[in-house]
Design a protein. Structure first.
Length: 155
C-alpha cells in the first residue's frame, strides 16, 4: 500500500471511455492505494498539480490529435502558465483509435506527457496506450497496467 498517498486520476474524455477506465482503476486498486480520487479535467488548471498526490492522467484523443474539450483548459494552462513541476510524479494512460486515426493515435495523451515533462515533472514508467479498434477491453487493460504501474511507483 502506498501509505497515506493519494492517487489522483485526472480524466480527459469525450465519449466517457477514459472516465470508465479511471473508475475501473478506482474500484480495483484500493488494495494498493487506499485513497483514489477520480476528477474530470473540466475547469482545471496547472494549480491542480500543486496538491501532494501521485497523479495519473487518463485521456482520450479527439479530432486530429487534440486533447478532449474538457481537457483544453488544463492543457492550455500547462503551456501558458508554466511553473516548475519538479516534485510531480505522474503516469499517463492515453486512449485512441488506431483504426480510424492512425496518424494521430493517442496524440492527445502524448501532448499532456510532453507538456508535463517540459515543466520538470517525472513520469513513472512508460505511457500506457490503448487502441479502441483492438480486441482488448480498455477497463481491464487499464487496471492491469495501473496495478503494475503502482508497484513501480512505490520504488
Amino acid at each position: 500500500m502506498l501509505g497515506a498517498m493519494q492517487l489522483k486520476i485526472l480524466v480527459g474524455t469525450v465519449t466517457g471511455n477514459a472516465l470508465s477506465v479511471a473508475q475501473a482503476i478506482q474500484l480495483s486498486c484500493t488494495d494498493l492505494v487506499a485513497d483514489i480520487a477520480v476528477q474530470p479535467m473540466d475547469g482545471l488548471d496547472i494549480r491542480v498539480f500543486d496538491e501532494d498526490a501521485l497523479f495519473l492522467v487518463c485521456t482520450s484523443t479527439t479530432g486530429a490529435g487534440d486533447v478532449p474539450d474538457n481537457a483544453q483548459a488544463l492543457y492550455a494552462s500547462l503551456l501558458n502558465e508554466p511553473h516548475y513541476l519538479g516534485k510531480l510524479r505522474y503516469g499517463l494512460i492515453a486512449l485512441g483509435d488506431a483504426g480510424a486515426h492512425a496518424s494521430t493515435f493517442v496524440e492527445g495523451g502524448l501532448k499532456f506527457d510532453a507538456a508535463l515533462q517540459d515543466l520538470g515533472a517525472q513520469r513513472i514508467g512508460e505511457v500506457f496506450t490503448h487502441d479502441a479498434s483492438g480486441d482488448e477491453d480498455a477497463e481491464t487493460a487499464g487496471v492491469d497496467w495501473c496495478r503494475a504501474w503502482l508497484a513501480h511507483a512505490r520504488t
